[in-house]
Design a protein around this ligand. Structure first.
Ligand SMILES: C[S@@+](CC[C@H](N)C(=O)[O-])C[C@H]1O[C@@H](n2cnc3c(N)ncnc32)[C@H](O)[C@@H]1O
Length: 253
């Protein structure tokens, strides 16, 4: 299971402030993973509640264990597809997400559902990747793994909200008002050394699929090129890549 908390530590520092969660807020965290952001929200919503939703049973199990170990009581988790799970209407003050909203197959319907789960003054605060060409981690890993045999991969869903005009259109069609985009340029951390970073990026579905699609000779070369790339990004405190994300804020009304 990928541990996003270390990877995204710089992003999270900015995002936690952007949530602007108040003590009495009711919060929903979409695609909450193992729940770091859910717990962050719960610590701020001291008189409120937080619901974390993720479709991965493994992630939710880990989120529950970490939350109970942290003695946080105002959190509930649901293992469900946020696109299909019916949410209570007009229930939440804030919908948050750290890189959990880019994977919807029907984004307008999914965001419309999320909007109707918000109360009158409710807000959406989500972090999404900017486009792939603005994310060094994606382009350089892709280049390292490219070979004659590997066809160019389709634009991964991780970047589906990266173009502001596309994201704006989706949010607008879903009924959200006044979307704002704040750039976050911060490095992502992949591990303390090349071995740890290789293990980390090998869990990315794009990396797994690309390597699995190669015959043994080209696969060995691709792995060598990937390890070389990671070595070039090794700093004294670990392996880092540049990245660019948006914090997108929008209102129910
Ligand atoms: C990149 S991870 C981010 C996890 C977490 N927000 C974090 O920052 O640590 C994306 C997460 O979104 C979840 N996810 C993607 N699509 C989803 C959907 N339709 N419903 C619920 N969870 C979803 C995945 O299972 C995964 O845990």
């Amino acid at each position: 299971m990928i541990d996003y908390d270390l990877e995204l530590r710089h992003h999270n520092d900015v995002l936690r402030i952007a949530y602007a969660i108040r003590a009495s807020d009711r919060v929903v965290d979409v695609g909450c993973g193992t729940g770091q952001t859910t717990r962050d929200a719960a610590r701020l919503a001291t008189a409120g509640t937080v619901l974390g939703i993720d479709r991965s049973a493994e992630m939710i199990e880990r989120a529950r264990a970490l939350t109970s170990a942290a003695h946080i009581g105002n959190v509930e988790y649901v293992c469900a597809n946020a696109e299909e799970q019916e949410l209570p209407r007009e229930r939440f003050d804030v919908a948050i997400s750290r890189f959990g909203t880019m994977f919807f197959s029907r984004p307008v319907a999914a965001f419309a559902q999320l909007r109707s789960a918000l109360r009158a003054q409710g807000r959406l605060v989500m972090m999404v990747w900017q486009s792939r060409d603005r994310n060094e981690w994606a382009t350089s890993i892709e280049r390292a793994l490219a070979s004659d045999e590997a066809s160019a991969s389709a634009e991964p869903q991780a970047f589906s909200l990266g173009a502001t005009d596309v994201a704006e259109r989706i949010l607008d069609s879903a009924g959200f008002l006044a979307p704002r985009f704040e750039e976050v340029r911060a490095p992502v951390f992949y591990g303390r050394d090349v071995d740890a970073a290789f293990e980390f990026v090998s869990e990315f579905s794009t990396v797994r699929e690309r390597i699995a699609g190669l015959d043994s000779g080209p696969r060995a070369h691709a792995v060598d090129r990937l390890r070389d790339l990671l070595a070039r990004h090794q700093a004294a405190d670990g392996v880092w890549f540049d990245s660019r994300a948006w914090i997108v804020t929008a209102h129910r009304e």
